[in-house]
Design a protein around this ligand. Structure first.
Ligand code: 4AD
Ligand code: MG
Length: 474
């Protein structure tokens, strides 16, 4: 295998070492005696500079061309970018049309533009690249934490016979070629793997998955997708909500600490700085991503990694805090918070940004606001349930979790009481029949986490091929 450009950029190879690298050309500059060609191979955030000591040798090269290059390392006096390669030979692997401009011009392009106009080639850009690389590293670190804490990674189905959240946002699965339901009954795309995770948990104790989830939500916002990835875990023998909140906090703190130590945060910040500079030179129009500054990204990470445990308050208290803040003129909302109503996105954002100034758990929501499977708070006469939402500044809800009702009869009663029409739930209720145990779990929107940590405004820009209402491109 050819040596990766990243290995050259990040290793300490001495001047004169012969290396072979691959990449796509990003820029070509011809001078009198030399030509400089910058390439990227996508494995890292740095551009690698190739030096040709005869400018005519680049005459048949064009921006976008892919090539393999052999040359020798030359050290430079630029600390951030200490290497270039003096080219000995190269071989073009893939050319580009002569009569069409390369779509990914070397100038500031907003995420919006990249996604809309260049949905396939955008992965060669630094801004999309950094999000994709960060996703990959985040998956590894989250998985590592679960491994270290005796969780089994599982793979629940994507086609289900029930609507986990009972919110009526399911996509149905039909076969083009059969007139009757393919599975003998209605099939749905999963909105959450929780119900199947609970079955796995009843045998394996601690389970997790990172799975696609599908929701036919019509809300067109910067935090909703029709197809997204959800990180979910389920824990047997958990009888206090604190267990699940501590799991979420421990998971995120550990993964973030390691991502920071391994240079992932630094990559994010260096791309931010580069794009901020590029935007101020040739940027255009409104761009929400560049409104999230480098300083703000740092603040988000610091908030997550703060020494103090994350704030935890009840829903009841949260509503009081919101009302009080409005009364004292500290906050202005489009609609005031009312006990019994769902917190609006503006409330969630205010709570995390202004009240907690970092991540915070809001617990024990009124039961009518939450799905049928949540465990009622002991002593609340069914008024509230043992659940939490984790809110973070600027974004709002990142994680939702709860203890689960683990008694068969009470769960059946809850299904009946809430009148939920969630398809076939008998198998789920029956999990409580054979040695049921107290348990709980959570689900975290993976793209929301990535957006938050990379400082990208719109959730559509951290997933490779975003799907939302009226949009299914490529
Ligand atoms: O709060 P939600 O709906 O909870 C559940 O589905 C539970 N069954 C999870 C569990 O306990 N195992 O979704 C969980 C998280 C949300 O907090 C949010 O971050 C994310 O999933 N999410 C979405 N992300 C992107 N696009 C959407 N349409 C999303 N809907 C939820
Ligand atoms: Mg939720």
């Amino acid at each position: 295998l050819k040596q990766k450009a990243a290995e050259v950029v990040y290793s300490d190879l001495p001047s004169g070492t012969t290396v072979t690298v691959n990449g796509w050309i990003r820029t070509i500059r011809k001078h009198k005696k030399y030509a400089f060609v910058n390439i990227l191979d996508g494995s890292h955030d740095k551009v690698l500079q190739l030096v040709f000591n005869d400018p005519d040798r680049v005459n048949d090269l064009r921006v976008g061309v892919s090539l393999t290059v052999t040359g020798t390392i030359q050290r430079r006096q630029i600390p951030a970018d200490p290497y270039e390669i003096l080219v000995e030979s190269y071989n073009v692997l893939g050319s580009v049309p002569e009569d069409e401009p390369y779509p990914l011009q070397n100038k500031y392009l907003s995420q919006d533009y990249l996604r809309r106009e260049l949905p396939t080639i955008r992965f060669r850009s630094l801004s999309s690249g950094v999000a994709m690389r960060f996703r990959s590293r985040a998956v590894s670190e989250l998985a590592r934490y679960f491994d270290e804490n005796e969780f089994i990674q599982t793979h629940p189905p994507l086609i289900t016979s029930s609507d986990c959240e009972g919110a009526g946002e399911v996509f149905t699965v039909v076969s083009e070629s059969s007139e009757t339901p393919f599975f003998g009954k209605q099939g749905y795309l999963t909105v959450s793997t929780q119900l199947h995770l609970e079955a796995l948990m009843m045998g394996l104790s601690r389970v997790w998955t990172l799975s696609p989830a599908f929701r036919a939500e019509k809300s067109i916002t910067s935090r909703h997708l029709s197809e997204f990835w959800m990180l979910e875990a389920e824990v047997a023998f958990a009888d206090r909500l604190e267990h699940i909140m501590s799991l979420v906090e421990g998971l995120l703190r550990t993964a973030l600490t390691r991502l920071k130590e391994s240079g992932a945060l630094e990559s994010v910040l260096s791309v931010k700085t580069y794009l901020e500079g590029q935007k101020s030179q040739d940027g255009h129009g409104e761009d929400k991503d560049q409104e999230i500054t480098r300083a703000q990204v740092l603040q988000r990470w610091d908030g997550m990694l703060q020494n103090a445990p994350w704030k935890r308050i009840t829903y009841k208290r949260a509503v009081e805090v919101l009302k009080q803040a409005e009364k004292e003129g500290k906050a202005r909302f489009e609609s005031s918070a009312e006990y019994g109503d769902n917190l609006k996105s503006e409330h969630e954002k205010w709570l995390a940004s202004q009240y907690a100034q970092g991540p915070m758990f809001v617990t024990q929501y009124p039961s009518q606001l939450k799905p049928f499977y949540m465990l009622p708070t002991p002593g609340s006469c069914g008024g509230t349930v043992e659940c939490f939402d984790l809110l973070v500044p600027d974004l709002g809800e990142l994680v939702g979790g709860s203890l689960r009702e683990f008694d068969y009869t009470r769960l059946k009663a809850s299904i009946e009481r809430t009148g939920v029409d969630a398809g076939d739930l008998e198998w789920y209720a029956e999990l409580r029949k054979w040695g049921s145990v107290p348990h709980g779990g959570f689900g975290m929107g993976f793209e929301r986490l990535i957006c938050y940590l990379v400082g990208i405004y719109n959730i559509r820009d951290v997933i490779a091929f975003p799907r939302w209402v009226d949009h299914c491109v490529c």
